[in-house]
Design a protein around this ligand. Structure first.
Ligand code: ZN
Length: 291
């Protein structure tokens, strides 16, 4: 091969690499679906926390850290494993852009522990732990996240900005329709409180005028005193269902359900099929509230 041709082929390589889809990592599902909705065929998206794993204690695999070297954009949401790993994630590829999907969203404090007895130890990271990262459980907030994603993709790939903008509008309309549907589904629910093991549904509750009562507090099971207080509260308020997350089993959720003659039902904030999952969660919460 003539040297000149070889040289021009080598010069072509970076151009070809840029022409491929943007390589993107998100911390947890279903954010990967949101990025795919906006990016279409111009993105290749992976979630750091794999199905069945707990996003509070997750450790990225060495392969995932290595893959960051070829990543254009990392989308973070402030879930606990991410706070612990962010410096290492950043160091794996200093050229990688990082989008904080929470930008422009007013964060709520994590559920307060109003039935406790001070038997919990203080958290080591109070600022990070104090704010609720589960923003995607509210469709109007997903719309805001989608706008952040659109802007980040457009900055990386301006040539496809018009397409990202069209995709955003279609997805935003989908989220508006879902929001109306969930509002209608939950409007007539008489008992506005629902009990969960892990407080992942605070933004959902705020959006639909419900109150989430959490068993767990900052990742810890309640002590005996708190559990007794929760049992009393559940009896008083007619709670029959304790919602748990499939990624971790709360022993205290089972204990509590048995004590009140209720049952444990799994709802998953990380399910990939976002809209269908939200409809299912709304239906289960409405059913748990009773007629
Ligand atoms: Zn969580």
């Amino acid at each position: 091969m003539p040297r000149k041709l070889l040289l021009s082929l080598l010069l072509l390589v970076p151009t070809l690499a840029l022409a491929g889809p943007l390589q993107i990592f998100v911390s947890v599902p279903p954010q990967n679906r949101f990025v795919e909705k906006i990016g279409g065929g111009h993105v290749e998206v992976r979630a750091m926390v794999r199905p069945g794993h707990d996003p509070h204690t997750y450790d990225p695999t060495p392969q995932q850290i290595a893959a960051l070297a070829r990543t254009d954009l990392y989308v973070r949401t402030g879930v606990p494993f991410e706070n612990a790993w962010m410096e290492r994630i950043r160091a794996a590829n200093p050229k990688m852009r990082i989008l904080d999907a929470r930008s422009g969203i007013e964060l709520r404090p994590l559920a307060h522990y109003d039935h406790g007895s001070g038997e919990h130890e203080h958290d080591e990271h109070p600022q990070e732990a104090a704010l609720d990262p589960h923003i995607w459980t509210s469709p109007p907030l997903v719309k805001r996240m989608a706008a952040n994603i659109r802007d980040a993709l457009t900055a990386l790939d301006p040539a496809n900005g018009a397409e990202f903008s069209r995709n955003y509008h279609a997805f935003a309309a989908e989220m508006d329709a879902l929001d109306w549907e969930l509002k209608a589904q939950l409007a007539a629910v008489s008992n506005r409180k629902f009990m969960v093991f892990h407080p992942a549904w605070g933004y959902f509750a705020d959006t639909y005028g419900l109150t989430q009562v959490a068993i767990e507090h900052e990742g810890k099971e309640p002590g005996a005193l708190s559990l007794t207080a929760l049992i009393e509260q559940s009896r008083r308020e007619g709670v029959k269902v304790i919602f748990v997350q499939p990624q971790f089993s709360g022993q205290s959720a089972e204990t509590l359900a048995r004590a009140i003659g209720g049952r444990v039902v799994a709802i998953d904030p990380l399910a990939p099929d976002y809209a269908d999952n939200m409809r299912r969660v709304a239906r289960l919460i409405a059913e748990a509230a009773g007629p």
